[in-house]
Ligand binder design. Structure first.
Ligand SMILES: [Zn+2]
Length: 324
């Protein structure tokens, strides 16, 4: 059935903030206030659970929910949360798109250090630009809305609004409970994905030319330098900045011996002026794997690695944002 083919969710606790499907929203303030005294007495190891009012009661049979519902709810400005069983060949980017969220947000919500999904069975998914946070007990104390807002550098108001908490939650603690999952608008985690492809070498500068406009060392004209020049001794090992697939390994007029690796999310890294190449096109490489050696092939004044980070459209990005 086409319907089932489209749907990759094994089970869903699909959630919408405050009864999207109930037109009256009558359940809105029915939740009982957690006790304001001694927080967390019976909740020291809370299970992951979504608040009752987030459950999508109108879920199609046996928990299968069409991702289209997430799109519909996005248009209504509502957040939905559910689970997704990863299928072969799916990527974080394709799943994010399916649920109307972004790669970074989905990754943040699942705290995925590696974006390689092959070993992962189930992801928590949601729509909207932001990430999920599970309210927890720290050092015996339930964290407060103020603490959560501060941690993600967001306002309490925006969290209250996104999660449809009562306005009173701005004034008093006790409206959130351990194990509750909150949607934090605009928040995402920063992951360090790319390692420096060459180690530092004694007696060499770290960087001889950065990203941006410069006078070309050979041609003499002002051009945009699309990456970093890292001066290193001839023959110095060059390593894959991150796991990925070799999409180019060969000769380039300006960059000499060049290797290009495609990574998760469509990012590509370029390694130019190599004296030798240790990989072949189509090959998968691990992070830190030797891909070649420093040289001065192509237009280069001396041995250095020319390193670039580019997006899926080929636009050069500042490596600093990806390495440090
Ligand atoms: Zn360069």
């Amino acid at each position: 059935m086409k319907f089932l083919n489209d749907i990759l969710i094994v089970f869903i606790l699909c959630a919408i903030l405050l009864g999207v499907m109930t037109p009256s929203g009558s359940a809105r303030f029915e939740r009982t206030m957690p006790s304001l005294g001694g927080p967390g007495t019976s909740q020291l190891t809370p299970p992951t659970s979504f608040p009752k009012e987030l459950s999508l009661e109108a879920a199609p049979p046996s928990g299968y929910v069409d991702p289209e519902i997430f799109h519909m709810l996005s248009k209504m400005g509502r957040i939905a949360i559910g689970f997704h069983a990863v299928q072969p060949k799916e990527t974080l980017a394709s799943i994010a798109k399916q649920y109307d969220t972004g790669f970074d947000y989905l990754r943040s919500s699942n705290r995925l250090e590696s974006t390689n999904l092959s070993m992962r069975k189930t992801l928590v998914v949601h729509n909207g630009k932001g990430m999920l946070h599970k309210v927890s007990v720290r050092k015996g104390k339930l964290e407060t809305l103020s603490e959560i807002a501060r941690r993600y550098n967001q306002s309490k108001e925006s969290i209250v609004r996104a999660n449809r908490l009562p306005g009173l939650a701005l004034l008093a603690d006790g409206w959130i409970e351990a194990g509750q999952v909150l949607f934090i608008p605009n928040a995402k985690l920063r992951f360090i994905d790319y390692d420096l492809p060459v180690a530092w070498a004694r007696g060499k500068r770290f960087l001889s030319s950065g990203f941006g406009m410069r006078r070309h060392p050979i041609l003499g004209n002002r051009t945009f330098h699309r990456g970093w020049d890292l001066p290193r001794p001839h023959g110095f090992p060059v390593k894959a900045s991150r796991e990925g697939k070799i999409i180019f390994a060969g000769w380039n007029r300006g960059l000499g011996n060049l290797v290009i690796i495609k990574h998760a999310g469509g990012i590509r890294t370029w390694y130019g002026h190599l004296s030798s190449i240790a990989v072949e096109p189509g090959q998968n490489v691990r992070r830190g794997q030797l891909i070649g050696r420093v040289g001065s092939t192509g237009l280069a004044t001396g041995p250095h690695l020319h390193f670039e980070v580019r997006d899926r459209y080929g636009r050069p990005l500042n490596p600093r944002k990806y390495l440090l």
